[in-house]
Structure formats: C-alpha cells, structure tokens
Design a protein around this ligand. Structure first.
Ligand SMILES: *[C@@H]1O[C@H](CO)[C@@H](O)[C@H](O)[C@H]1NC(C)=O
Ligand SMILES: *[C@@H]1O[C@H](CO)[C@@H](O)[C@H](O)[C@H]1NC(C)=O
Ligand SMILES: *[C@@H]1O[C@H](CO)[C@@H](O)[C@H](O)[C@H]1NC(C)=O
Length: 202
C-alpha cells in the first residue's frame, strides 16, 4: 500500500521538478520536522487516500476500520470549524469530500467548499480546520505526518505532533469525533472514548 503513496510522491516530485528545477524534489522526499522521531519511512505529502479509524482495543468488523469524514463543528461570526468524525453518525451531506497531506498540513477540499486551514492540535482537542474569509489551506498548521504500516495491516497511519498513538473516538450528542489525547471535562462524553489508529486507506 505504501508503494502507491511513494509513487504518488515521486510523480508529484518529478512533475514539480519539471516546472521548477531542483529544490522541490528534496523537499518532498525528506519530510519536515513534523515527522521527527517517526522513523525513516515517514512521509508528509500524499493524496488519494481516505481515513479509517481502527479500534485498537475492541473488535473491528474489518481491517480498515470505521470511515472518517470531515464533520461540521459549528460556526461563529464568519468562521466555521470542521473536525474529523465517523461517517456513520454524520447526518449532513459532506461539504469537504477530500483530504490530502501537503507538506505537513492536512488540506480538506470539496466542490464549492470554502477554503479552510488546519489549526494546531492541542491535547484534549479534536483535529480542526477553520474556514473563514482569506483562509489558505496550504498555510495550515504543519503538524501532521504519516507513518508506514504501524498497525501491521499494510496501511500507513496518521500522526499529529509526532504522535500516532493518542487518538480516540469519543461521543458528542450527535457526532462521534476523533480527539487527540482525549481528556475528561472537555465537552465530549469521556466515558465513551476508545483508542483508535487513523489509517490512511489508499
Ligand atoms: C471499540 O472497542 C471498545 C472496547 O475497547 C468498545 O467499547 C467499542 O464499542 C468498540 N467500537 C466499535 C466501533 O466497535
Ligand atoms: C469496515 O467496518 C466499518 C465499521 O467498523 C464499516 O463502516 C466500513 O464500511 C467497513 N469497511 C469495509 C471496507 O468493509
Ligand atoms: C514546506 O514547508 C516549509 C516550512 O513551512 C517550507 O519552508 C517549504 O518551502 C515547504 N515545501 C514545499 C514543497 O512546499
């Protein structure tokens, strides 16, 4: 499975090398500091994947896990916040239908969806984007990286802040959302949390 992403990265690098000679190739093949400590195979640029949450303690109905999509987390003034949650509990049409890893940030996009920028991810919080006037997806927080086959299932997994092992799914009233270092008293039902790996399904 990794070979797909490696090929994609190689192709992207080759294409950009043609357009802008030199430089970009090494930028794509050597990931940034947001991949530090995650091993030699870690990569920070990839597309053509979906995300699935693999339950690491309980039963899974298959080796990929529950499909994860971009959920709405609410709006205030001219900002709308988005976060990752399960597709199974999301009751609205998807605004952002695609997710890509670009130089350490996660870029979400969709037909007609407003530009959104990834926010830094703190302990106890969800993985968030904000769409607002002037948002630039490529200037989102550079905190994401992918680690090849960390679960033995053949899929790379997502890491944030150099950590691929601290994601959980926890219940909100109407959404089942991904949290980083889930903690009590943060607005979600902590007693419903269970640990997951976020697999990138190519
Ligand atoms: C995941 O495993 C936990 C046990 O750790 C269980 O409570 C939960 O229902 C499981 N989730 C799914 C979606 O199977
Ligand atoms: C894997 O299981 C989840 C439920 O945990 C389901 O939503 C998903 O569609 C399944 N994926 C495949 C490829 O069957
Ligand atoms: C990746 O991000 C770094 C740091 O923000 C920047 O210096 C570099 O030019 C970016 N590389 C690419 C290929 O966009």
């Amino acid at each position: 499975m990794l070979s797909f992403s490696v090929i994609a990265i190689a192709l992207a690098a080759a294409t950009s090398t043609m357009a802008h000679p030199a430089a970009k190739l090494s930028a794509r093949t050597t990931p940034g500091p947001w991949c530090d400590g995650l091993g030699a195979g870690a990569f920070d640029t990839a597309s053509g994947f979906t995300i699935a949450a693999l339950n690491t303690t309980g039963a899974n109905s298959n080796s990929t896990g529950a499909p994860i999509v971009v959920n709405s987390a609410g709006s205030f003034s001219d900002i709308t916040v988005w976060q990752l949650g399960t597709w199974a509990q999301y009751q609205y049409p998807l605004e952002y239908t695609s997710i890509a890893l670009e130089n350490g940030t996660l870029v979400i996009s969709g037909d007609g969806a407003p530009p959104a920028q990834a926010d830094p991810v703190d302990a106890g919080n969800s993985l968030e984007w904000a769409s607002r006037p002037g948002a630039d997806p490529k200037n989102g927080a550079q905190v994401y990286c992918a680690v090849p086959d960390a679960t033995g299932s053949g899929y790379p997994v997502l890491a944030v802040n150099g950590d691929a092992d601290s994601f959980s799914l926890c219940q909100l009233t109407f959404e089942n959302v991904v949290w980083y270092k889930a903690a009590p008293n943060r607005g979600y039902h902590f007693d419903t949390c269970y640990p997951v790996k976020l697999q990138l399904i190519f």
